[in-house]
Design a protein around this ligand. Structure first.
Ligand code: OOB
Length: 546
């Protein structure tokens, strides 16, 4: 394939790309052009509600053009990478669409990321700029940016929403609009983050064509239209609230996005009532918090038609409560930033909605369930999920070695999930083969945290495993073999924080042991460690209640 693809990315084979175009999945429209089209058809409708601010489609479109001109003035051009780390504010959309229009490539960091992650993204992507909010949730991102700048030679600009101090003010980049050549829709639009399972976080290149297909199809599955009002309560940069169908789906449909700065019931319920929200998306722990809070609140949630829950497995008990307690339909969403997204459908049988994680978006999503040796299993057997299709990547960004393991020779992505596929096509996620902890939707790559702990002089060896948790589904437990006298646990967590690790990756529990159980071939037996900590939690709780 000869099309200009970002260096370090794996394009689809020419034949597959031609097929996806011929099928009308890839339509040659860029994300920036999509917003332009909607602004032309719906200029006066409100696109975005952010606190007191209400931006119409025409205003949003105009601000994106102005910001693109400002970015161009400071030297941002096509294919430049820009790390964007913003909370749920309108500037997230202004920055991203301005970058899309320039053909520059946002790297979508999460607000929870700290020096370790951000510096790594800046270095790996050789980012030219970094966009932040001055402060959020009591954290000063300007200080983080100053540290990141020292470690990232490519970084030329830090752009700040709010008080910029000596850095570049976001608002100072609203120049007079200029026109820029429209980027190729087959090109990489942005880099999304992977939950990861190995030592370093991975970046996921998504093209305009492939992403917009998933957005359009998702909007259709969820029945979005001009009257849809979407509450964005999860972090806006995450793939679920961004595109499943998320905020981009709403913009595509001409509806309204309501940005929530917090996802707690009090804040979110007030917004649902005030803005007449029709659809929102949550991870299971938040869904459970809403279910518990709703009966004790007086807010009118009558406008809410659909609650989407995904990112981690939703228990059947919680699924059963959604309709009776919140008075809306439930949709389960099983997706991944690498591509494949599954939805239960509004007209699915009740049993499928509460008991499965949905079926793929596209008739051309190829899904196979295989054994340890990549051999296909009998229908409905439990096995490893592999997938390829019109919006699933063929390789991570600048990760050749990892790609050779994460993808099969014929281009299927090894999702690391253990699933069963029903005759209807619906998938049931039963577990995980990847070395990752899913902390209520926040993904923790065990090896990444282990490597940080191994850097401590008192740590001889470490294994991070999941332990069951009623609220988050899983939390993390680090089994540590100390070198000499065990350090205090607080010293280890402080050490990780000082290394700039996001809070959600700090182990929830640390257990010192003399040695690790081993598998037949001599690897650390994490299954046994998981069982051991799960049993200990049961014993602890018996001890407390007796
Ligand atoms: C979503 O994306 P990521 O990239 O943060 O995480 C993907 C992984 C999946 O491979 C799976 O292990 C887990 O998260 N997962 C679920 C799930 N949804 C995601 N596990 C069980 N049940 C579910 N419903 O998390 C994501 C991306 C787009 C839409 C929705 C979720």
């Amino acid at each position: 394939m000869t099309r200009a693809f970002l260096d370090g990315c794996t394009p689809w084979p020419a034949e597959a790309a031609a097929y996806y175009r011929a099928m009308g999945y890839w339509r040659g429209q860029s994300l920036g052009a999509m917003l332009r089209e909607r602004a032309a058809s719906n200029p006066e409708s409100v696109a975005l509600v952010c606190g007191e601010r209400r931006l119409s489609y025409a205003q949003l479109d105009q601000l994106c053009d102005q910001f693109a001109a400002g970015l161009a003035r400071i030297g941002i051009t096509a294919q430049d990478r820009v790390v964007v780390q913003l909370p749920n504010v309108a500037e997230f959309f202004i920055a991203c669409f301005a970058l899309f229009r320039l053909g520059a490539v946002p790297v979508l960091a999460l607000p929870a990321h700290r020096r370790s992650e951000i510096a790594y993204f800046c270095q790996l992507a050789e980012a030219k700029a970094y966009v932040i909010a001055a402060t959020d949730g009591g954290f000063d991102y300007r200080e983080l940016a100053r540290e990141v700048m020292r470690e990232s030679p490519s970084l030329q600009h830090v752009i700040v929403c709010g008080d910029a101090q000596e850095l570049t003010a976001f608002d100072a980049l609203y120049d007079a609009p200029r026109s820029f050549p429209c980027p190729d829709a087959g090109a990489v639009a942005f880099l999304q983050l992977s939950g990861g399972s190995t030592g370093l976080p991975k970046l996921i290149p998504r093209t305009h064509d492939d992403y917009l297909y998933s957005v359009r199809a998702s909007a259709a599955i969820c029945g979005l239209d001009r009257h849809s009002v979407y509450l964005c309560a999860l972090p806006v940069a995450h793939n679920f609230p961004l595109s499943s169908p998320g905020t981009l789906g709403v913009l595509y449909a001409g509806g309204r996005i309501v940005l929530a700065r917090q996802a707690n019931p009090d804040h979110a319920f007030a917004l649902i009532e005030a803005e007449q929200v029709t659809i929102t998306a949550l991870v299971p722990p938040l869904a459970m918090a809403w279910l518990d809070a709703a009966p004790r609140r007086t807010h009118d949630l009558g406008s809410l038609q659909m609650l989407q829950v995904g990112g981690a497995r939703l228990s059947r008990e919680s699924a059963l409560r959604v309709g009776p307690v919140l008075g809306c339909a439930l949709q389960q969403v099983f997706g991944m930033a690498e591509g494949l997204v599954n939805y239960t459908r509004p007209d699915d049988d009740f049993e499928l909605v509460v008991g499965t994680q949905g079926r793929p978006i596209s008739p051309d999503d190829e899904v196979r369930v295989v054994d340890e040796d990549d051999q296909p299993l009998a229908p409905s057997a439990l096995g490893h999920l592999q997938t390829r299709g019109p919006y699933t990547i063929r390789g991570y960004y600048r990760a050749e070695l990892h790609n050779s393991r994460a993808f099969t020779a014929d281009g299927f992505y090894r999702t690391g999930d253990l699933v069963r596929q029903l005759a209807s096509g619906h998938l049931v996620v039963e577990g995980r083969a990847k070395d990752q902890i899913n902390r209520g939707g926040d993904k923790v790559a065990a090896e990444e945290v282990e490597n940080h702990l191994l850097a401590h002089s008192a740590v001889h060896d470490v294994a991070l495993v999941a332990m069951p948790d009623a609220y988050l589904g899983e939390r993390s437990c680090a089994f540590v073999i100390a070198r000499g006298a065990p350090p205090r646990k607080g010293e280890l967590t402080a050490f990780l924080r000082a290394r700039g690790l996001a809070q959600f990756k700090i182990p929830d529990r640390i257990e010192f042991v003399g040695h690790f159980p081993k598998t037949g071939v001599g690897k650390v037996d994490k299954r046994q460690l998981r069982e051991r900590i799960a049993q200990r939690l049961i014993n602890d709780s018996n001890h407390i209640t007796s």
